[in-house]
Design a protein around this ligand. Sequence first.
Ligand code: ZN
Length: 178
Amino acid sequence: MSNGGAALPPLAFAGFAMLRRFLFLVCLFLSTSVWALPPLPAPAATDTCPVCGMFVAKYPEWVATVLYPDGHAHHFDGAKDMFKYLHDLERWAPGHRAEDILTIGVTEYYGVQRIDAREAFYVIGSDTLGPMGHELVPLASEAEAQEFVADHGGVRVVRFDEVDEALLKALDAGEFAR
Ligand SMILES: [Zn+2]
């Protein structure tokens, strides 16, 4: 038995349109909210920051994590110490190589989720201090960075590759213009 197919094309078209819409939403979701990181281990109660020696698990809103392929990770009590570590691995993690690092995650301010450190927007010079004082406060998007600056002040927004030794030294000294 055949219905002649008369009703099929519009239905199929509607289905296709819905599928397209669905795929669009999926792409939007993937491109904006996830920056899908492989699951990062949480710091154990005994894990200390390699740079400053403080217990990291006490500061869940500041945790930054560097993950190696064999599954072991180093955790930090803020993005600042993570950057110091990345800029001088020989000093802070002898025997580790930058090219072996699998993932770097930082905790973004509003959602308190760890996101890809290379995708984050960092506000410096705000009223928001971390466990180690002046920080690079990670935000998930440029819009959230602007929102944060409006809420908490902030002198500059910088990206991962803009963070250098001079900026870190200046941060420790409470200077934000570099
Ligand atoms: Zn630290």
